[in-house]
Design a protein around this ligand. Structure first.
Ligand code: CP
Length: 365
């Protein structure tokens, strides 16, 4: 993912500080990610209490959400801040992000104006914009290839013109807030996760779902020094840049990364199983072809009691929402090792920690 450069800003005291958006965790170091995790733990335990009084955050949702919207709104409100929910295109003008465009088509306002204007009103801007999140029965029609969509051009253009921190609330490429929450959940549930086995398993689903969350989930466990296993059928590899960073993080923190389609070996001895369905990069945009080609995978690629029975009493994770008895059975979701609700709760604490850290970093002026 091409990075949006951190902005050097001079404080009143004359010090120059780097102000970074939170579009990706690929620009964060392992110590920085550990610091965010510790901050979230302190806030959740009540040992630290952020002060968001006088802070407002605009939450721009191009797509549907339950957890992301409510956890950000609740996290701000319970520490004195004020969320403002915005649905671009439905209750605003239609935004343009490309430079040099003659705007005589459907777009009505450019991010060159709307990003700095919103930055005058609020202290932070969250954006959820994914081409593949849909609420209907079928996958969205996307016109671009994965190579085009992985660039998250709108998000980056918006961040470039904003003068307050921009938070990625799920884009095509990454869901970094889910990454923070999953890391907090693994650390809570497994004690010291180092050396423990984490399986990120692809699951069958009728639609071609986004890649952002599995990318962030692979990165979450890798940064904890776990033995990360990405279990997927052929054709369902993740983006090579994410895999490379996950491998570096795992190795730098004493863990490892293995990619396999051996279901039995992957589940054996696992301490955490995280299920995620997503569309294959090779089929991107050819959703009818993908639906046909993956039909035979359905019986094998579901998380059920039999597979969980081969683990070392693993916890079961999923980002939610989940289609029951499609990606995981009722028995797994309702079983005592399912942590999906705790995992969803941790979105709140992880994001409060993130906002506190961003407000500190951007307070220099
Ligand atoms: N996991 C997640 O981001 O949930 P929502 O889509 O409901 O926000």
């Amino acid at each position: 993912m091409e990075r949006v450069a951190a902005q050097p800003v001079q404080s009143r005291s004359g010090k120059t500080r780097l102000k970074r958006h939170f579009l990706t965790t690929l620009d964060r170091t392992l110590p920085e990610l550990r610091e965010l995790l510790e901050r979230a733990r302190r806030i959740k335990s009540g040992a630290a209490k952020p002060d968001f009084r006088g802070k407002a955050m605009a939450l721009l949702f191009f797509n549907a959400s339950v957890r992301t919207r409510v956890s950000f709104e609740s996290g701000l409100a319970r520490f004195g801040g004020h969320p403002i929910h915005v649905q671009p295109g439905k209750e605003t003008y239609v935004f343009e992000h490309r430079d040099g465009v003659v705007m005589d088509g459907p777009t009505q306002e450019h991010v060159r104006e709307v990003a700095p204007v919103l930055s005058r009103y609020v202290d932070c801007i969250g954006i959820r914009k994914s081409d593949l999140i849909t609420t209907g029965a079928t996958t969205a029609e996307v016109t671009g290839s994965w190579n085009e969509l992985r660039g998250d051009d709108f998000l980056k253009a918006f961040a470039k013109h904003a003068t307050v921190p921009v938070v990625n609330m799920e884009s095509n490429f990454e869901h970094p807030c889910q990454e923070l929450a999953d890391r907090l959940t693994l650390a809570e549930k497994l004690g010291d996760p180092r050396g423990k086995k984490y399986v990120l398993t692809w699951a069958w689903h009728p639609k071609s779902l986004p890649l952002a969350t599995p990318h962030s989930q692979l990165l979450s466990a890798a940064a904890l020094g776990m033995r990360v296993v990405h279990l997927r059928p052929p054709g369902y590899d993740l983006d090579p840049e994410v895999v490379a960073v996950a491998r570096q993080r795992a190795e730098a923190s004493g863990g490892s990364l293995e990619i396999t389609d051996d279901v039995d070996a992957a589940y054996a001895g696992a301490h955490a199983v995280c299920a995620k369905s997503y569309g294959g990069i090779g089929w991107y945009g050819r959703f009818d072809d993908e639906r046909r080609d993956k039909a035979a995978l359905r019986p094998r690629w579901i998380v059920d009691a039999d597979k969980m029975g081969r683990t070392a009493d693993a916890i079961f994770m999923h980002c939610l929402p989940i289609r029951r008895n499609v990606k995981a059975t009722d028995g797994v979701l309702d079983g005592s090792r399912s942590v999906v609700v705790d995992q969803a709760e941790n979105r709140l604490w992880a994001q409060v920690a993130l906002l506190e850290q961003l407000f500190e970093e951007w307070r220099a002026r």
